[in-house]
Write a protein that binds this ligand. Sequence first.
Ligand SMILES: NC(=O)C1=CN([C@@H]2O[C@H](COP(=O)(O)OP(=O)(O)OC[C@H]3O[C@@H](n4cnc5c(N)ncnc54)[C@H](O)[C@@H]3O)[C@@H](O)[C@H]2O)[C@@H](O)CC1
Ligand SMILES: Nc1ncnc2c1ncn2[C@@H]1O[C@H](COP(=O)(O)OP(=O)(O)OP(=O)(O)O)[C@@H](O)[C@H]1O
Ligand SMILES: [Mg+2]
Length: 333
Amino acid sequence: MEAVKCLSGGASLEANAESVLRAITPSLDPTRHKGQAGKIAVVGGCREYTGAPYFAAISALKIGADLSHVFCTEGAATVIKSYSPELIVHPILEESYNISGVNDEGKRDISKKILSEFDKWMERFDCLVVGPGLGRDPFLLECVSKIMTRARQSNVPIVVDGDGLFLVTNSIELVSGYRLAVLTPNVIEYKRLVQKVLGCDVNDQNTHGELLSLSKQIGGVTILRKGKSDLISDGEKVQSVSIYGSPRRCGGQGDILSGSVAVFLSWARQCNLAAERESTISRTNPTVLGCIAGSALLRKAAALAFEHKKRSTLTTDIIEHLGQSLEAISPVS
Ligand SMILES: NC(=O)C1=CN([C@@H]2O[C@H](COP(=O)(O)OP(=O)(O)OC[C@H]3O[C@@H](n4cnc5c(N)ncnc54)[C@H](O)[C@@H]3O)[C@@H](O)[C@H]2O)[C@@H](O)CC1
Ligand SMILES: Nc1ncnc2c1ncn2[C@@H]1O[C@H](COP(=O)(O)OP(=O)(O)OP(=O)(O)O)[C@@H](O)[C@H]1O
Ligand SMILES: [Mg+2]
Protein backbone atom coordinates (compact mmCIF):
# COMPACT_ATOMS: atom_id res chain seq x y z
CA MET A 1 0.00 0.00 0.00
CA GLU A 2 1.36 3.38 -0.97
CA ALA A 3 0.62 5.40 2.10
CA VAL A 4 2.96 8.39 2.10
CA LYS A 5 4.72 9.81 -0.93
CA CYS A 6 7.34 12.50 -0.82
CA LEU A 7 6.43 14.87 -3.59
CA SER A 8 8.61 17.89 -3.59
CA GLY A 9 11.84 19.41 -2.27
CA GLY A 10 14.04 18.45 0.71
CA ALA A 11 14.88 14.99 2.02
CA SER A 12 12.29 12.35 1.31
CA LEU A 13 10.23 10.81 4.09
CA GLU A 14 10.87 7.15 3.57
CA ALA A 15 8.52 5.77 6.17
CA ASN A 16 4.89 5.20 5.30
CA ALA A 17 1.88 6.42 7.27
CA GLU A 18 1.52 3.14 9.13
CA SER A 19 5.15 3.36 10.31
CA VAL A 20 4.47 6.88 11.53
CA LEU A 21 1.40 5.68 13.42
CA ARG A 22 3.35 2.83 15.00
CA ALA A 23 6.28 5.05 15.92
CA ILE A 24 4.28 7.76 17.68
CA THR A 25 1.53 5.74 19.39
CA PRO A 26 2.54 5.33 23.05
CA SER A 27 2.43 1.95 24.73
CA LEU A 28 -0.19 1.33 27.39
CA ASP A 29 2.29 1.28 30.22
CA PRO A 30 0.77 0.65 33.69
CA THR A 31 3.12 3.22 35.21
CA ARG A 32 1.61 6.05 33.19
CA HIS A 33 -0.92 8.28 34.91
CA LYS A 34 -4.16 9.83 33.71
CA GLY A 35 -3.39 12.67 31.37
CA GLN A 36 -0.09 11.41 29.99
CA ALA A 37 -1.75 10.04 26.86
CA GLY A 38 -3.13 13.47 26.05
CA LYS A 39 -5.41 16.26 27.19
CA ILE A 40 -7.19 17.85 24.29
CA ALA A 41 -9.53 20.84 24.17
CA VAL A 42 -11.94 21.67 21.36
CA VAL A 43 -13.08 25.28 21.07
CA GLY A 44 -16.35 25.09 19.14
CA GLY A 45 -20.07 24.55 19.49
CA CYS A 46 -22.70 27.27 19.07
CA ARG A 47 -26.41 27.69 18.39
CA GLU A 48 -26.25 25.99 14.98
CA TYR A 49 -23.60 23.33 15.47
CA THR A 50 -23.20 20.77 18.23
CA GLY A 51 -22.17 17.75 16.14
CA ALA A 52 -18.82 19.06 14.92
CA PRO A 53 -17.21 19.76 18.34
CA TYR A 54 -18.59 16.46 19.62
CA PHE A 55 -17.07 14.53 16.69
CA ALA A 56 -13.67 16.14 17.21
CA ALA A 57 -13.64 15.69 20.99
CA ILE A 58 -14.96 12.11 21.10
CA SER A 59 -12.56 11.06 18.32
CA ALA A 60 -9.66 12.23 20.48
CA LEU A 61 -10.86 9.96 23.31
CA LYS A 62 -11.57 6.98 21.05
CA ILE A 63 -8.02 7.13 19.72
CA GLY A 64 -6.55 7.09 23.18
CA ALA A 65 -6.38 10.58 24.69
CA ASP A 66 -7.13 10.57 28.42
CA LEU A 67 -9.18 13.75 28.67
CA SER A 68 -11.16 15.71 26.14
CA HIS A 69 -12.69 19.12 26.85
CA VAL A 70 -15.10 21.26 24.85
CA PHE A 71 -15.40 25.07 25.22
CA CYS A 72 -18.68 26.19 23.70
CA THR A 73 -21.78 28.35 24.22
CA GLU A 74 -24.22 27.57 27.02
CA GLY A 75 -26.95 26.29 24.70
CA ALA A 76 -24.57 23.97 22.88
CA ALA A 77 -23.09 22.67 26.14
CA THR A 78 -26.25 20.94 27.35
CA VAL A 79 -26.63 19.20 24.03
CA ILE A 80 -22.99 18.10 23.81
CA LYS A 81 -23.07 16.79 27.39
CA SER A 82 -26.11 14.74 26.52
CA TYR A 83 -24.26 13.09 23.63
CA SER A 84 -21.55 11.84 25.94
CA PRO A 85 -20.73 11.81 29.64
CA GLU A 86 -17.06 11.28 28.76
CA LEU A 87 -16.53 14.86 27.61
CA ILE A 88 -15.76 17.75 29.94
CA VAL A 89 -17.86 20.63 28.67
CA HIS A 90 -17.36 24.31 29.56
CA PRO A 91 -20.31 26.56 28.65
CA ILE A 92 -18.26 29.78 28.56
CA LEU A 93 -18.59 31.27 25.05
CA GLU A 94 -21.18 33.93 24.21
CA GLU A 95 -22.80 34.90 20.91
CA SER A 96 -23.99 38.44 20.09
CA TYR A 97 -27.70 37.54 20.11
CA ASN A 98 -27.40 36.54 23.75
CA ILE A 99 -25.86 39.86 24.85
CA SER A 100 -27.71 42.22 22.52
CA GLY A 101 -28.72 44.62 25.32
CA VAL A 102 -25.20 44.88 26.75
CA ASN A 103 -23.11 48.05 26.18
CA ASP A 104 -19.45 48.09 25.07
CA GLU A 105 -18.06 48.13 28.60
CA GLY A 106 -20.30 45.22 29.56
CA LYS A 107 -19.09 43.31 26.50
CA ARG A 108 -15.46 43.95 27.50
CA ASP A 109 -16.22 42.52 30.95
CA ILE A 110 -17.85 39.43 29.43
CA SER A 111 -14.85 38.96 27.16
CA LYS A 112 -12.44 39.24 30.11
CA LYS A 113 -14.48 36.71 32.09
CA ILE A 114 -14.42 34.25 29.18
CA LEU A 115 -10.66 34.58 28.90
CA SER A 116 -10.09 34.14 32.62
CA GLU A 117 -12.31 31.02 32.64
CA PHE A 118 -10.26 29.60 29.78
CA ASP A 119 -6.97 30.57 31.44
CA LYS A 120 -7.77 28.38 34.43
CA TRP A 121 -7.48 25.37 32.18
CA MET A 122 -5.17 26.23 29.34
CA GLU A 123 -1.80 25.21 30.78
CA ARG A 124 -3.15 21.69 31.20
CA PHE A 125 -3.81 21.10 27.50
CA ASP A 126 -1.47 19.32 25.12
CA CYS A 127 -3.32 20.68 22.12
CA LEU A 128 -6.28 22.89 21.20
CA VAL A 129 -8.60 22.31 18.27
CA VAL A 130 -10.15 25.64 17.31
CA GLY A 131 -13.11 25.83 14.98
CA PRO A 132 -15.32 22.74 14.61
CA GLY A 133 -18.87 24.11 14.82
CA LEU A 134 -17.63 27.46 16.12
CA GLY A 135 -19.95 29.55 13.96
CA ARG A 136 -19.09 33.02 12.72
CA ASP A 137 -20.54 35.37 15.29
CA PRO A 138 -18.24 38.44 15.49
CA PHE A 139 -18.25 38.75 19.30
CA LEU A 140 -17.59 35.04 19.77
CA LEU A 141 -14.77 35.09 17.20
CA GLU A 142 -13.16 38.10 18.90
CA CYS A 143 -13.06 36.15 22.18
CA VAL A 144 -11.66 33.10 20.40
CA SER A 145 -8.89 35.27 18.88
CA LYS A 146 -7.86 36.17 22.42
CA ILE A 147 -7.97 32.52 23.46
CA MET A 148 -5.68 31.64 20.53
CA THR A 149 -3.26 34.43 21.39
CA ARG A 150 -3.09 33.19 24.98
CA ALA A 151 -2.52 29.58 23.84
CA ARG A 152 0.25 30.76 21.54
CA GLN A 153 1.94 32.68 24.36
CA SER A 154 1.95 29.43 26.34
CA ASN A 155 3.25 27.33 23.43
CA VAL A 156 0.17 25.15 23.29
CA PRO A 157 -0.22 23.65 19.78
CA ILE A 158 -3.37 24.70 17.91
CA VAL A 159 -5.18 22.76 15.18
CA VAL A 160 -7.37 25.21 13.26
CA ASP A 161 -10.35 23.82 11.35
CA GLY A 162 -13.83 24.81 10.11
CA ASP A 163 -14.90 28.28 11.25
CA GLY A 164 -11.52 28.67 12.98
CA LEU A 165 -10.12 28.85 9.44
CA PHE A 166 -12.65 31.56 8.61
CA LEU A 167 -11.30 33.52 11.58
CA VAL A 168 -7.64 32.87 10.77
CA THR A 169 -8.01 33.62 7.06
CA ASN A 170 -9.24 37.09 8.00
CA SER A 171 -6.65 37.53 10.80
CA ILE A 172 -3.65 35.57 9.59
CA GLU A 173 -1.41 37.15 12.27
CA LEU A 174 -3.10 34.85 14.81
CA VAL A 175 -1.05 31.91 13.48
CA SER A 176 1.61 33.55 11.31
CA GLY A 177 5.07 32.29 12.31
CA TYR A 178 3.64 29.91 14.94
CA ARG A 179 5.30 26.57 14.22
CA LEU A 180 2.88 24.75 16.54
CA ALA A 181 -0.13 25.71 14.43
CA VAL A 182 -1.79 23.27 12.03
CA LEU A 183 -4.40 24.38 9.50
CA THR A 184 -6.71 21.68 8.08
CA PRO A 185 -8.60 23.34 5.20
CA ASN A 186 -11.12 21.56 2.98
CA VAL A 187 -11.39 22.54 -0.68
CA ILE A 188 -13.30 25.77 -0.05
CA GLU A 189 -11.31 26.78 3.04
CA TYR A 190 -8.07 26.22 1.11
CA LYS A 191 -9.30 28.37 -1.76
CA ARG A 192 -10.08 31.24 0.65
CA LEU A 193 -6.65 30.91 2.30
CA VAL A 194 -4.81 30.96 -1.03
CA GLN A 195 -6.78 33.99 -2.21
CA LYS A 196 -6.14 35.89 0.98
CA VAL A 197 -2.51 34.93 1.64
CA LEU A 198 -1.08 34.44 -1.87
CA GLY A 199 -3.47 36.87 -3.55
CA CYS A 200 -4.33 34.52 -6.42
CA ASP A 201 -6.66 31.66 -7.32
CA VAL A 202 -5.81 28.01 -6.61
CA ASN A 203 -3.52 26.63 -9.31
CA ASP A 204 -4.13 22.92 -9.86
CA GLN A 205 -1.09 22.75 -12.18
CA ASN A 206 1.26 23.62 -9.29
CA THR A 207 -0.36 21.91 -6.30
CA HIS A 208 2.83 21.20 -4.39
CA GLY A 209 4.63 24.46 -5.11
CA GLU A 210 1.54 26.37 -4.09
CA LEU A 211 1.17 24.51 -0.79
CA LEU A 212 4.87 25.07 -0.01
CA SER A 213 4.52 28.79 -0.76
CA LEU A 214 1.37 29.06 1.33
CA SER A 215 2.98 27.43 4.34
CA LYS A 216 6.17 29.52 3.98
CA GLN A 217 4.16 32.71 3.57
CA ILE A 218 2.38 32.00 6.88
CA GLY A 219 5.77 31.47 8.54
CA GLY A 220 6.05 27.68 8.45
CA VAL A 221 2.70 26.65 9.90
CA THR A 222 1.74 23.11 8.94
CA ILE A 223 -1.08 22.84 6.43
CA LEU A 224 -3.10 19.71 5.74
CA ARG A 225 -5.00 20.27 2.51
CA LYS A 226 -7.91 17.82 2.49
CA GLY A 227 -9.07 16.20 -0.71
CA LYS A 228 -8.85 13.03 -2.78
CA SER A 229 -5.31 12.80 -1.39
CA ASP A 230 -4.47 14.73 1.75
CA LEU A 231 -1.44 16.97 1.14
CA ILE A 232 0.69 18.03 4.09
CA SER A 233 3.43 20.64 4.27
CA ASP A 234 5.29 22.74 6.81
CA GLY A 235 7.02 24.71 4.08
CA GLU A 236 9.96 22.27 3.84
CA LYS A 237 8.43 19.59 1.63
CA VAL A 238 5.05 18.22 0.65
CA GLN A 239 3.86 14.77 1.62
CA SER A 240 0.63 13.05 0.76
CA VAL A 241 -1.59 10.44 2.36
CA SER A 242 -3.68 8.66 -0.22
CA ILE A 243 -4.80 5.50 1.55
CA TYR A 244 -8.19 4.54 0.14
CA GLY A 245 -10.93 5.83 2.46
CA SER A 246 -14.60 5.98 1.62
CA PRO A 247 -16.62 7.34 -1.28
CA ARG A 248 -19.14 8.77 1.18
CA ARG A 249 -18.64 12.51 1.75
CA CYS A 250 -20.96 12.92 4.73
CA GLY A 251 -20.34 15.98 6.91
CA GLY A 252 -18.19 15.55 10.00
CA GLN A 253 -15.24 13.56 8.65
CA GLY A 254 -13.07 16.67 8.81
CA ASP A 255 -14.03 17.04 12.47
CA ILE A 256 -12.81 13.51 13.22
CA LEU A 257 -9.60 14.45 11.44
CA SER A 258 -8.99 17.60 13.50
CA GLY A 259 -9.49 15.75 16.81
CA SER A 260 -7.23 12.95 15.62
CA VAL A 261 -4.45 15.26 14.45
CA ALA A 262 -4.51 16.95 17.87
CA VAL A 263 -3.89 13.63 19.65
CA PHE A 264 -1.24 12.38 17.26
CA LEU A 265 0.71 15.61 17.21
CA SER A 266 0.73 15.58 21.02
CA TRP A 267 2.06 12.03 20.96
CA ALA A 268 4.61 12.91 18.29
CA ARG A 269 5.89 15.81 20.39
CA GLN A 270 6.25 13.54 23.43
CA CYS A 271 8.01 10.77 21.58
CA ASN A 272 10.38 13.18 19.84
CA LEU A 273 11.55 14.26 23.26
CA ALA A 274 11.81 10.72 24.55
CA ALA A 275 13.34 8.25 22.10
CA GLU A 276 14.91 8.28 18.65
CA ARG A 277 13.27 5.11 17.44
CA GLU A 278 13.15 5.70 13.70
CA SER A 279 15.53 8.32 12.45
CA THR A 280 13.58 9.63 9.44
CA ILE A 281 10.45 9.90 11.53
CA SER A 282 12.19 11.50 14.47
CA ARG A 283 13.66 14.16 12.16
CA THR A 284 10.20 15.07 10.88
CA ASN A 285 8.27 17.96 12.36
CA PRO A 286 5.83 16.50 14.98
CA THR A 287 2.99 18.59 13.56
CA VAL A 288 3.56 16.93 10.18
CA LEU A 289 3.67 13.48 11.81
CA GLY A 290 0.39 14.28 13.56
CA CYS A 291 -1.22 15.16 10.24
CA ILE A 292 0.06 12.04 8.50
CA ALA A 293 -1.16 9.79 11.33
CA GLY A 294 -4.55 11.53 11.65
CA SER A 295 -5.22 11.39 7.94
CA ALA A 296 -4.21 7.74 7.63
CA LEU A 297 -6.32 6.63 10.59
CA LEU A 298 -9.43 8.54 9.49
CA ARG A 299 -9.18 7.08 6.00
CA LYS A 300 -8.70 3.55 7.30
CA ALA A 301 -11.66 3.90 9.68
CA ALA A 302 -13.80 5.37 6.88
CA ALA A 303 -12.95 2.41 4.66
CA LEU A 304 -13.93 -0.07 7.39
CA ALA A 305 -17.17 1.75 8.18
CA PHE A 306 -18.06 1.84 4.48
CA GLU A 307 -17.48 -1.91 4.20
CA HIS A 308 -20.26 -2.39 6.76
CA LYS A 309 -22.65 0.48 6.11
CA LYS A 310 -22.17 1.30 2.44
CA ARG A 311 -24.36 4.24 1.38
CA SER A 312 -25.71 4.79 4.90
CA THR A 313 -22.21 5.32 6.37
CA LEU A 314 -22.24 8.30 8.75
CA THR A 315 -19.59 10.07 10.78
CA THR A 316 -20.65 8.24 13.94
CA ASP A 317 -20.02 4.90 12.14
CA ILE A 318 -16.51 6.03 11.24
CA ILE A 319 -15.84 7.06 14.83
CA GLU A 320 -16.85 3.56 15.94
CA HIS A 321 -14.08 2.14 13.72
CA LEU A 322 -11.24 4.39 14.93
CA GLY A 323 -10.15 2.01 17.68
CA GLN A 324 -10.21 -1.09 15.49
CA SER A 325 -8.26 0.74 12.78
CA LEU A 326 -5.55 1.89 15.17
CA GLU A 327 -5.38 -1.59 16.72
CA ALA A 328 -4.80 -3.12 13.28
CA ILE A 329 -1.78 -0.86 12.76
CA SER A 330 -0.39 -0.49 16.28
CA PRO A 331 -1.73 -3.34 18.42
CA VAL A 332 -1.79 -3.09 22.19
CA SER A 333 0.98 -5.46 23.27
N1 LIG B 1 -22.85 18.08 12.44
C1 LIG B 1 -22.22 19.24 12.55
O1 LIG B 1 -22.39 19.99 13.51
C2 LIG B 1 -21.26 19.65 11.48
C3 LIG B 1 -20.82 20.96 11.50
N2 LIG B 1 -19.87 21.39 10.65
C4 LIG B 1 -19.40 22.76 10.87
O2 LIG B 1 -20.06 23.61 9.97
C5 LIG B 1 -19.33 24.81 9.88
C6 LIG B 1 -19.21 25.22 8.43
O3 LIG B 1 -18.39 24.27 7.74
P1 LIG B 1 -18.53 23.99 6.18
O4 LIG B 1 -17.50 23.00 5.80
O5 LIG B 1 -19.94 23.67 5.83
O6 LIG B 1 -18.05 25.38 5.58
P2 LIG B 1 -18.79 26.44 4.67
O7 LIG B 1 -19.95 26.99 5.41
O8 LIG B 1 -17.73 27.37 4.23
O9 LIG B 1 -19.36 25.61 3.46
C7 LIG B 1 -18.57 25.03 2.53
C8 LIG B 1 -19.46 24.74 1.34
O10 LIG B 1 -18.64 24.22 0.34
C9 LIG B 1 -19.24 23.10 -0.23
N3 LIG B 1 -18.15 22.19 -0.63
C10 LIG B 1 -17.50 21.30 0.16
N4 LIG B 1 -16.57 20.64 -0.54
C11 LIG B 1 -16.64 21.14 -1.81
C12 LIG B 1 -15.92 20.86 -2.99
N5 LIG B 1 -14.99 19.90 -3.04
N6 LIG B 1 -16.22 21.59 -4.09
C13 LIG B 1 -17.18 22.52 -4.06
N7 LIG B 1 -17.90 22.82 -2.96
C14 LIG B 1 -17.63 22.13 -1.85
C15 LIG B 1 -20.12 22.48 0.82
O11 LIG B 1 -21.21 21.82 0.23
C16 LIG B 1 -20.53 23.70 1.64
O12 LIG B 1 -21.76 24.18 1.16
C17 LIG B 1 -17.99 24.56 10.55
O13 LIG B 1 -17.98 25.08 11.85
C18 LIG B 1 -17.95 23.06 10.63
O14 LIG B 1 -17.11 22.62 11.65
C19 LIG B 1 -19.23 20.52 9.68
O15 LIG B 1 -18.04 20.10 10.28
C20 LIG B 1 -20.11 19.33 9.31
C21 LIG B 1 -20.76 18.67 10.49
N1 LIG C 1 -12.65 13.22 -2.81
C1 LIG C 1 -12.19 12.58 -1.75
N2 LIG C 1 -11.76 11.30 -1.82
C2 LIG C 1 -11.31 10.66 -0.74
N3 LIG C 1 -11.22 11.22 0.49
C3 LIG C 1 -11.61 12.49 0.62
C4 LIG C 1 -12.12 13.24 -0.48
N4 LIG C 1 -12.45 14.47 -0.03
C5 LIG C 1 -12.16 14.49 1.29
N5 LIG C 1 -11.67 13.30 1.67
C6 LIG C 1 -11.22 12.93 3.02
O1 LIG C 1 -12.22 13.15 3.99
C7 LIG C 1 -11.66 13.78 5.13
C8 LIG C 1 -12.47 15.02 5.43
O2 LIG C 1 -12.32 15.92 4.36
P1 LIG C 1 -13.48 16.91 3.94
O3 LIG C 1 -13.01 17.64 2.74
O4 LIG C 1 -14.77 16.19 3.91
O5 LIG C 1 -13.42 17.87 5.22
P2 LIG C 1 -14.50 18.90 5.74
O6 LIG C 1 -15.27 19.48 4.60
O7 LIG C 1 -13.78 19.85 6.62
O8 LIG C 1 -15.44 17.98 6.63
P3 LIG C 1 -16.52 18.41 7.73
O9 LIG C 1 -17.83 18.03 7.16
O10 LIG C 1 -16.17 17.64 8.94
O11 LIG C 1 -16.38 19.89 7.94
C9 LIG C 1 -10.19 14.11 4.82
O12 LIG C 1 -9.31 13.21 5.48
C10 LIG C 1 -10.09 13.89 3.35
O13 LIG C 1 -8.90 13.29 2.97
MG1 LIG D 1 -14.73 21.05 8.08
